[in-house]
Design a protein around this ligand. Sequence first.
Ligand code: PXP
Length: 243
Amino acid sequence: MPTLGVNIDHVATVRQARQTDEPDPVWAAVEAQLGGAACITFHLREDRRHIVDRDVPLLKEVVNVRLNMEMAIAPDVVDIACRTRPHQCCIVPEKREEVTTEGGLDVVRLGDRLQGVVSRLRDAGSVVSAFIEPDPAQIDASAAAGFQTVELWTGGYAHAADDESRQGAVLKLIEAVRHAHAAGLTVHGGHGLTYRNVGPVAAIAGFEEFNIGHSIMARAMFVGIRSAVREMDQLLRQHAPKE
Ligand code: PXP
């Protein structure tokens, strides 16, 4: 049964829109846990556009489920991760001009640069994950660089223009999960998953966690975070492959 990781960055985005202290993403993390989240995910970006340094130790303190820190390999962010020692660090590509993480990390190209960061984070006690496209070469490079987990980018599925390409994207994910398991990696997934489209991806065997942010926080505006998280968690359970 895959578990649900809830990304709380959007709450911090609303706060930063007014450079004030509400709404508090730390409070959102508590609400998400009360709704059944198995993991709280946040992204400390280099430009601190949503989550800021003040949030990180507070999240570490209030999160009693797994805490997943998304991050680029910027030295100051790596230092914060090593001090914080979240349960998991997920390395993502980061571009200042992007609205959100737009695709997977190019582990094939970055291999050597990643190895040192991965071993520092592992030595600090975190599980280290690579956010990559469902591509065998990226999976092999992730295993070689010392990652223990890969989070497969589900954007190819979520953004597919028609049924045929959506089906193709599902098959690509199925293959990638198999390939990652054969390489000894744990498999997570995320990006662009919504209440409407999550079913076929949740039904793929072998995913241990899905990280979902935008759709949950969009619904939370109307029904509250607890209910929004509970509904998504129920969908994952409903569609989970029979064990
Ligand atoms: N996983 C990773 C690594 C991400 O960067 C994001 C986006 O912040 C997500 C999952 C969640 O994506 P979404 O907000 O589209 O659900």
